[in-house]
Design a protein around this ligand. Sequence first.
Ligand SMILES: C[S@@+](CC[C@H](N)C(=O)[O-])C[C@H]1O[C@@H](n2cnc3c(N)ncnc32)[C@H](O)[C@@H]1O
Length: 275
Amino acid sequence: MKKEHDNDRAIKQAVKDHYAGLVSGKSCGCCSPTVTGIVGFGQSNYTSNFLEDVPGEAAAYSFGCGNPLAFAGVKEGQTVVDIGSGAGLDVIIASRAVGPEGTVIGLDMTPEMIKQGQENVGKAGLFNVLFVLGEAENIPIDDGIADWVVSNCVINLSPDKEQVFREISRILKPGGQILISDMVVDNLPDQLLESLSAWTGCIAGAIPEKDYLAAVAAAGLEQISVIDRMDYDLSGFKPLLEEYFPGRSESLLAPAKEQGLRVSSIRLSAVKPNE
Ligand SMILES: C[S@@+](CC[C@H](N)C(=O)[O-])C[C@H]1O[C@@H](n2cnc3c(N)ncnc32)[C@H](O)[C@@H]1O
């Protein structure tokens, strides 16, 4: 097991508390369009065909920044692992794609999210899904079992993204693929970098796209391709910033825009080479 720094532990605890609070109604302010009004978060990323017959809570508690499984070539009988599965929307979509002979594993480090995901999958009447409580940096899943690893707006929250990609590579079968939607950020102001709250809201933990892709490559994955990219309208982040830095959102945002702050969601694919 990899040794963690105290700061990494503090970040993870803040992330856990935040997402536990979101599903139990105790906290707010994250990647959620209902809270922030930002287009491009949560269920707004899914066209209606993906949301058909999905339990209301799975869609309402969707805190992703994309739809990683859109146009994916997932086949019946395959195994899909969703890293940071949250309330289970992508797990439900994957479960339907792999069918009764396939398996979907939802991994999340927040017990409240695991419970929410289990309830939603139960309501959807799906029997090919299991949830595992655990961390993306030390995935409690055997080597080489996944045809696909998907993830939606999670790895930006990890203090050790390279380790997450090494773990993802380990659990993939040779020839297995990843499909990941996540946040990337360029020219982030220092004040935001230092804020734990901004971290839990998917901003401060995000890294530049080139560093993100380098972490994927360092894990030995190949054919790395950014399939879509969406740049957020920065003024949409004002209410979120106001929450983290009361009375200072404008004074933070205006110079940051001038310094070239760019916040984007990317969807990327990559393949584990055949041995
Ligand atoms: C922004 S939410 C996204 C949830 C879900 N993927 C979705 O699209 O709605 C982040 C989720 O990832 C989980 N998470 C964050 N960091 C994690 C880590 N290092 N290991 C496992 N789960 C993590 C959180 O508990 C939370 O459920």
